[in-house]
Design a protein around this ligand. Structure first.
Ligand code: NOJ
Length: 555
């Protein structure tokens, strides 16, 4: 049973509905598909489901472009299906968290359809409209999805801001009417009984209203304008207001997606005394395998950087705020392919990565397929990809002179479609996801990597996750203990302690294929008397870490 502050104790599972399970054979996942797999999720042991957006949407960005916040997209089912899902989840003691996208809407939302009609339309100020400067956009900002962040609109001869795709115009949070509409919509879902919100790029909602240019890097057409919209001037005020108007009235969970946020910022956003959010998603650990935060400029991960990054977050928020813990989501490549080894050591390294993350302090998030070790894909043909970010990027990099091979390498390593291929349920046609051709091709490895195989193997990654989740429920130190990094400078081992008044855990994770000698480590003697809580190594030997071994000791 979950207690007060239940979200500190909970494990969340993210569903990307489009790719989860298709029951009406249109090639697209649906709500009935989720309902039919609730027992699978219950068995895994998760407490909360986070659904990526299921609202009415033209699907330019797979639902992160909402045209009606209070309707279910017919692709996924009906409101009756949604209510059935909510009830079926609650009957199993599983909570449901919605994905709320309020930095922007779809350009097909009726507010925007009105807004673009004329300068004096009553919805004009729901969005951000500006004059161009001598035939150029109002600022030099680039969109996250390539090109300018401004789109010229002939009807009124002004530009509107879209930090993402041009079909995702940014809402004007300076307008109190917009804020009221958003709070009303949030209450609509909470009154239906949903248990929380994941808030999409919520630290982008307050812009610097003088709209300065960003610093332009050499050879670039568009600038990074993020200094003028990330964690902007009124962000704390807006979140505080949202909390007062909405969150404070419900027993609910909140997590804000916040690119470009430091642990010091996070300690403010998530400090319970500030009445803003309970936790945020950081991006820092996801930006370590690229140059200067530029996603497509690949660089190998340096484990020492990853360790010191987690150390920073674990210590900065201890007794101040709260961490979320994640390796995967619908925007990130698969972790076993990224920081593990998805060939010879696929199962072993997937379990190691899970151990490393799940023994830390915070609320863990599991992304669909992570629990069976799903891997990245490498489609040969660009036509097999669907993601708007990736396709826009392809064209932009081509113009900048990148070779096809270099761009494909970046897509294979970082592309978001790695996470979005259909869930692999079994080794039948289309991996049991659908009876018809899915909206995006299935990962060809499904004949080996699938849920049925995992459920039939007592040693599978699935049961390993189940055990990690159970440990979290049994041992308070996992939720409450402090964090201490061990073997700081070691290039292959991620080792740390968790310490509470009653228990100490030592977590040892080998991120490499090498055999690691532990004989000279200061903690080695204490391990001899310790109990082993969980390990992925059958041939464990106390003085050596085997390839991709993870072992957790308790004393
Ligand atoms: C973050 C979401 O996670 C991502 O999928 C989406 O494309 C952007 N925000 C825009 O909503």
């Amino acid at each position: 049973m979950l207690k007060a502050n239940w979200w500190k104790n909970a494990v969340v599972y993210q569903i990307y509905p489009k790719s989860f399970l298709d029951t009406n054979n249109d090639g697209i996942g649906d709500l009935q598909g989720i309902i039919s797999k609730l027992d699978y999720l219950k068995e895994l042991g998760v407490d909360v489901l986070w659904l990526s957006p299921i609202y009415a949407s033209p699907q330019a960005d797979n639902g992160y472009d909402i045209s009606d916040y209070e309707q279910i997209d017919p692709l996924y089912g009906s409101m009756a299906d949604f209510e059935q899902l909510l009830e079926a989840a609650h009957n199993r003691d599983i909570k449901l968290m919605m994905d709320v996208v309020v930095n922007h809407t779809s350009d097909e939302h009726h507010w925007f359809i009105e807004s673009r009609k004329s300068k004096d339309n009553q919805y004009r100020d729901y969005y951000i409209w500006k004059e161009g400067i001598a035939d150029e956009p109002p600022t030099n900002w680039g969109s996250v999805f390539s090109g300018s962040a401004w789109e010229y609109d002939e009807a009124t001869e002004q530009y509107y801001l879209h930090l993402f795709d041009k079909k995702q115009p940014d809402l004007n949070w300076e307008n109190p009417l917009v804020r009221d509409e958003v709070y009303k919509m949030m209450r609509f879902w909470l009154d239906k009984g949903v248990d929380g919100f994941r808030l999409d790029v919520i630290n982008f909602i307050s812009k610097n209203t003088s709209y300065p240019n960003g610093a332009l890097a050499a050879g670039q057409k568009y600038a990074d304008g993020s200094a003028h919209f990330m964690n902007g001037p009124r962000i704390h005020e807006f979140l505080h207001e949202m909390n007062k108007e909405v969150f404070s009235k419900y027993d609910m969970m909140t997590v804000g997606e916040m690119p470009g946020t430091s642990p010091e910022d996070a300690a403010v956003y998530t400090n319970p005394d500030n009445d803003e959010l309970q936790m945020i998603f950081t991006f820092e650990h996801m930006n370590l395998d690229c140059e200067n935060g530029e996603k497509w400029q690949l660089k190998p991960l340096n484990l020492v950087d990853l360790k010191s990054n987690f150390e920073k977050w674990q210590t900065a928020l201890f007794n101040k705020g709260w961490n979320s813990l994640y390796w995967n989501n619908h925007d990130q490549p698969r972790i076993v392919s990224r920081f593990g080894n998805d060939q010879q050591f696929r199962e072993k390294s997937a379990k190691m990565l899970a151990t490393c993350l799940h023994m830390m302090q915070g609320t863990p998030y599991i992304y669909q397929g992570e629990e069976i070790g799903m891997t990245n894909v490498q489609f040969e043909r660009l036509e097999d990809y669907r993601d708007v970010e990736l396709l826009n990027m392809y064209n932009e990099k081509k113009e900048q002179g990148w070779s096809h091979e270099r761009i494909m390498e970046a897509i294979y390593t970082k592309g978001r479609d790695n996470a979005r291929t259909p869930f692999q349920w079994n080794d039948k046609r289309y991996a049991g996801f659908s009876d018809t051709l899915p909206w995006i091709p299935v990962n060809p490895r499904y004949s080996v990597i699938n849920a049925q195989a995992a459920l039939e193997d007592a040693n599978s990654i699935y049961y390993y996750y189940q055990k990690l989740i159970r440990l979290r429920k049994q041992l308070d130190v996992i939720t409450t203990g402090s964090f201490q990094l061990l073997m700081k400078e070691h290039e292959d081992v991620f080792a740390y302690k968790r310490i509470s008044e009653t228990d100490t855990l030592v977590i040892l994770c080998n991120f490499s294929e090498k055999l690691i000698n532990l004989r000279n480590e200061s903690f080695i003697n204490s391990l001899e008397k310790a109990e082993i809580l969980i390990t992925n190594e059958e041939d464990r030997e106390i003085h050596t870490l085997k390839p991709y071994e993870a072992t957790v000791y308790k004393f």
